[in-house]
Ligand binder design. Structure first.
Ligand code: DSN
Length: 616
């Protein structure tokens, strides 16, 4: 070819990046993702995002006359192209005739999805250009309030969002921010308190809608409070827009002056955001604030993805999904409570559940905290995030976990599965022994759990993963995060490291009198093994008999030590090798109890542990 176009697939052009994407995809399918703000975006949406709309610049907006066109009118190419040639649009570049259509289509579909009863889609003004929720909210601040105005938002520690006026975000820089909080006893929004605060503080804007408060607010009550002081009401339904679209969460459009939401959470669309208002004057101010106020060229490829997303949001399947998401969150909350754990704010009617880790385990007065709890759950295949809750003093030291049910519901899991997840969370985290370690400025909260409970957790979550739907068959060849699954034994759904593959049966069949080789490598290998074997390995010759120590240094298994080119090898009885491998991997990760009397005893690491082969 006599040109400079780069042809070929990603795998041809850059196999390393292609491989990384495969790893990430496998991670997403082989774990239960319970990050409340994430979802699995359908391939159709991703295809639109990856389209050639990526290639163009389109600063500005479609022609104002396109507002209010029906979908059929927008997709009438002949009429639209003649209109474009004669009238142009509100953009700075040519070459945007199809871009106008895709943006108008996304706007129209968005207006139809969020049109409240008694209104028509033509009465909604939909800006689909914000690149993220934070940018959308910054644009709304820019459009609606002046420097020095007061804005009233929920305290970040109680469930508010960074872009609602946190001092570390631009929305906290130019306005005076006052926070309402949840009621101390009920942990619920208290509308009387919010009303009184509004009377005292006279805000120009009030924000309702949250990032970690699990109950739907009453937007009508908020609007009445806003009206009582002449404030704008902004409804930020970033988390819950999909539920609002499906009618399982109140739709604030037409109640709030402005509604914003991200498109990649329960909407299951591209990463971006939307702003909707029913006020034409506010719409103009918002459009100007987004472009040219805060952004340059819009990502038209994302807008194409949003058009597909809004189409999907109108389907019965989407509605059923959102209903199930809400039911699953209630089942998860009930399951955690049934295990004696404290669900913050008393429960949920959204997609989100907050779990107070302090209620799960304490040891010598040290509570279990969110960060370490999230790391431990990640090890067993539950991905969630640490979160602040009322009572926390510091956003950097949250005492809770936040779980969301969108992704697991998309994969077909139901209420009974949520109860199983709750049981597994309780099983593993109840064995935690929290402790602190000193840091430069204060202490870090950490914890260790029981190895057997951890392994049972891995097995039970893997069973749910095996049951969950997948849209894509990936060849599972040694994705390293399936760290505890070895030789087809113990936890795991059969995904093994490349070195482990195909050898499980062989090793098992040989029985206990033959050995399997476990390699331990990495810079810390000698120091690690010296602790785990209870003897300085530098003093040992190849072929020395050693004892792998278990919890509280009880003998776990006898093995033979050898040196390898990058570390050491333990030849252990074949029928114990999987277990020993899992134990060594868990010790290297650092969250299982080795010594009950000295939880913080440092086990050097990390080390790479491979189960290489059966050896005669
Ligand atoms: N990061 C999002 C969340 O997890 O809630 C909000 O921006």
């Amino acid at each position: 070819m006599n040109d400079f176009l780069i042809r070929g697939t990603l795998a041809d052009v850059d196999p390393d990046v292609a491989e990384l994407i495969r790893h990430e995809h496998a991670r997403q399918l082989d774990k239960l993702i319970m990050i409340a703000s994430e979802s699995y975006v359908p391939a159709a949406v991703r295809e639109a995002e990856g389209s050639v709309f990526q290639n163009i610049y389109a600063e500005g907006y479609p022609h104002a006359d396109m507002h209010g066109l029906s979908e059929a009118e927008i997709l009438d190419y002949e009429s639209q192209l003649t209109f474009y040639r004669r009238n142009g649009d509100r953009r700075y570049y040519k070459g945007v005739e199809y871009c106008n259509l895709i943006e108008a289509l996304a706007q129209r579909r968005g207006a139809e999805v969020f049109c409240p009863p008694g209104m028509t889609p033509e009465e909604l003004f939909v800006n689909v250009q914000p690149l993220s929720g934070a940018v959308a909210n910054a644009a709304i601040y820019e459009a609606l309030v002046q420097p020095g105005d007061t804005v009233m938002t929920l305290d970040l520690l109680h469930g508010g969002h960074l872009s609602h006026g946190s001092p570390v975000n631009v929305t906290g820089h130019r306005q005076r921010i006052v926070h309402y909080r949840v009621n101390e006893e009920t942990e619920l929004l208290d509308y009387e308190e919010i009303y009184e605060l509004a009377q005292r503080e006279q805000p120009k804007m009030i924000i309702a809608g949250y990032t970690s408060y699990p109950w739907a607010p009453d937007f009508h009550k908020f609007r009445a409070i806003a009206d009582s002081v002449g404030a704008y009401l902004l409804a930020d339904i970033a988390h819950t827009a999909g539920m609002a679209a499906a009618g399982v969460y109140p739709n604030p459009v037409g109640v709030a002056h402005v509604t914003s939401f991200t498109t990649h959470k329960t909407m299951m669309g591209p990463r971006g955001a939307v702003i909707i208002t029913t006020d034409p004057e506010l719409a103009k101010r918002i459009d100007r604030a987004v472009f040219p106020g805060l952004q340059g060229g819009p990502n038209i490829n994302k807008i194409a993805g949003m058009a597909v997303m809004f189409k999907l949001a109108k389907t019965p399947q989407f509605k059923a999904l959102q209903q199930q998401i809400a039911k699953n969150a209630v089942a998860l909350s009930d399951g955690l409570k049934a295990n004696g754990l404290r669900v913050v704010h008393g429960g949920t009617n959204t997609h989100m559940v907050l779990l107070d880790c302090k209620s799960i385990a304490q040891h010598d007065g040290v509570p279990l905290m969110g960060n370490v709890a999230s790391r431990i759950l990640d090890l067993i295949g539950i991905v969630c995030n640490r979160n602040t809750i009322p009572g926390d003093k510091d956003a950097g030291r949250p005492s809770a976990l936040r779980f969301g049910t969108p992704w697991v519901t998309q994969r077909g899991l139901k209420e009974e599965d949520m109860r199983e997840i709750a049981d597994v969370i309780a099983l593993v985290l109840k064995t935690a022994k929290p402790y602190t370690t000193p840091t430069k400025k204060s202490v870090a909260y950490t914890a260790r759990v029981d190895f057997d409970a951890l392994m049972e957790g891995v097995a039970r979550i893997n069973a749910l993963v095996a049951k969950a739907g997948r849209d894509f068959d990936l060849p599972h060849e040694g994705y390293p995060f399936v760290w505890y699954a070895v030789n087809g034994q113990g936890p795991g759904i059969g995904h093994q490291g490349p070195e482990d593959r195909g050898r499980g049966t062989e090793v098992r069949d040989r029985g206990s009198e033959v050995a399997s080789r476990i390699e331990v490598s990495g810079a810390q290998a000698a120091a690690f093994l010296s602790v785990v074997l209870g003897i300085d390995v530098n003093t040992l010759a190849d072929g020395a008999a050693v004892t792998v120590l278990g919890r509280n240094r009880a003998p776990l298994c006898v093995a033979t030590l050898a040196r390898t080119k990058d570390g050491y090898a333990l030849d252990a009885p074949a029928n114990q090798a999987s277990r020993v491998t899992q134990w060594l991997r868990a010790l290297s990760d650092g969250y299982v109890i080795f010594d009950d009397a000295d939880l913080s005893a440092d086990i050097p690491g990390p080390v790479v542990v491979r189960l290489v082969a059966g050896r005669p």
